[in-house]
Design a protein around this ligand. Structure first.
Ligand SMILES: NC(=O)c1ccc[n+]([C@@H]2O[C@H](COP(=O)([O-])OP(=O)(O)OC[C@H]3O[C@@H](n4cnc5c(N)ncnc54)[C@H](O)[C@@H]3O)[C@@H](O)[C@H]2O)c1
Length: 403
């Protein structure tokens, strides 16, 4: 099979993580890093690849040397730059993996979606995957598999509460700039809302209040939400990045190399007519004879390999040789075979996401997180912000009503 050529745009926090996942594989290679900062040379040399300051420089090099354009690009730059990069890449037929959020505002997303649709109508379409990588996290794959056990989902309770260190904000000014997509709601809550949409379904209405701020910056530090889903399920969610707590996705799953694994229970609790599922401990609570006078049973048949995640440092759990034994086709990912692998919970979602992107480029799968999905998550974030402003519950707009 042909080697897939990929570029990574952005050599900051997350770009090099994408690059390290590509670097481990034998079926693809990093054609270049694109970044205009002082970080660029270091990262390009780490992955023994070309460095370009911008796309024009790269296109010039490709054309001068009569090379093919790369097969795909991972856009890992600040939120407000995603759409411009995406348009410039899609014009050349380069497939896209765009970091979340798709953009810093919903209208720009809609513009991109229409632009990509026009290209498709002209027979020049590209595959577009949005990097809501948690959909590929084994805990979420398993949660989605197990959800039918709880009967009808009636309520959900969730939290993403942790403390970001001061240097996170000091070293990158865009993270404290509302106009550039900074703030915890856009950077972090968007992940959880995407998962709630993925697990429970479309959201109809949200009421939100901001958490009291502890820092001096303009950007939010989180919010408390009540959520009404279109299927009737209700939820509450607390998101905050200035709280000392292990009740968040990163601590609870150990998926982020910068955040040590902690054996957290219940950063999500999904309550249903037949039982309750707690994530990431994956305890399923039920009663053989429903009713408060009867004992609660707990089904806890799976456990995490704490050794590999307690370290808090990132060691890729699976080489591609192992990865190839997993079926990453999205329809097949929900089957038992995947779950019964010994190191199921050690699989890195970035590996699965990359495998999926490569499958898409090869035309072997359908997109797991589309630009429309990402726009829905962003519309929910904008609804949170609107509710904060108005002090009332607000309806999430429909994509077609966006003007
Ligand atoms: N999926 C995840 O878990 C995850 C985690 C962190 C960040 N992100 C997302 O990834 C994106 C990047 O976040 P980050 O924290 O890595 O940002 P960062 O600021 O650490 O890095 C961004 C890099 O992009 C480069 N850059 C910016 N504008 C550029 C331009 N016009 N041309 C070339 N290079 C340019 C900067 O020099 C910098 O090196 C954001 O959209 C963020 O929301 C996703």
């Amino acid at each position: 099979m042909d080697i897939i050529n990929l570029i990574v745009i952005g050599a900051g926090l997350i770009g090099p993580r994408h690059a390290s996942h590509i670097y481990q594989r034998s079926d693809c290679r990093i054609f270049a890093i694109v970044d205009h900062s002082l970080n660029g040379p270091n990262i390009a040399s780490k992955f023994s690849t070309n460095l370009f300051k911008n796309l024009d420089e790269m296109y010039h090099y490709i054309e001068e040397n009569n090379l093919n354009y790369p097969d795909g690009a991972i856009i890992a730059t600040p939120n407000h730059t995603h759409v411009d990069f995406a348009v410039k890449l899609a014009e050349k037929g380069i497939n896209l993996l765009i970091e979340k959020p798709l953009s810093s505002n919903a209208l720009e997303c809609k513009y991109l979606i229409n632009y990509l649709k026009d290209l498709t109508d002209q027979g020049r379409g590209v595959k577009t995957l949005i990097g809501h990588h948690r959909r590929f996290n084994p805990y979420i794959v398993y949660t989605k598999q197990q959800l039918t056990k709880i009967g009808t989902p009636i309520a959900i309770q969730g939290s993403w509460c942790l403390k970001k260190p001061d240097h996170y904000y000091l070293e990158k000014p865009w993270r404290t700039d509302v106009t550039k997509g900074g703030g915890t709601l856009l950077i972090n809550l968007v992940h959880d809302l995407d998962l709630l949409l993925y697990l429970i379904g479309p959201i109809e209405r949200i009421y939100a209040e901001l958490l009291p701020k502890q820092r001096e910056y303009d950007v939010d530090e989180g919010a408390v939400l009540t959520i009404s889903f279109k299927n009737g399920c209700k939820g509450t969610f607390i998101c905050g990045d200035n709280l000392v707590s292990p009740f968040n996705f990163e601590n609870g799953t150990g998926e982020n190399p910068n955040v040590p694994f902690f054996n957290t229970e219940g950063f999500y609790r999904i309550f249903g007519s037949q039982g309750t599922l707690s994530v990431p401990d994956m305890k399923f609570y039920y009663q053989s004879q429903p009713g408060w006078e009867n004992p609660i049973d707990v089904d806890h048949t799976i456990s995490k390999n704490e050794e590999t995640n307690n370290l808090g440092t990132y060691t890729p759990a699976t080489s591609f040789t192992n990865m190839s034994s997993f079926n990453t086709n999205m329809d097949m990912m929900m089957n038992d075979e995947f779950e019964n692998q010994d190191n199921f919970f050690d699989i890195k979602p970035f590996d699965l996401q990359l495998s999926h992107f490569i499958d898409l480029i090869r035309g072997q799968d359908k997109v797991n997180c589309t630009a429309e999905d990402a726009l829905m998550a962003l519309l929910c974030i904008e609804t949170v912000m609107k509710s904060v402003e108005t002090g009332k519950p607000e309806y999430v707009p429909e994509i077609q009503d966006l003007k």
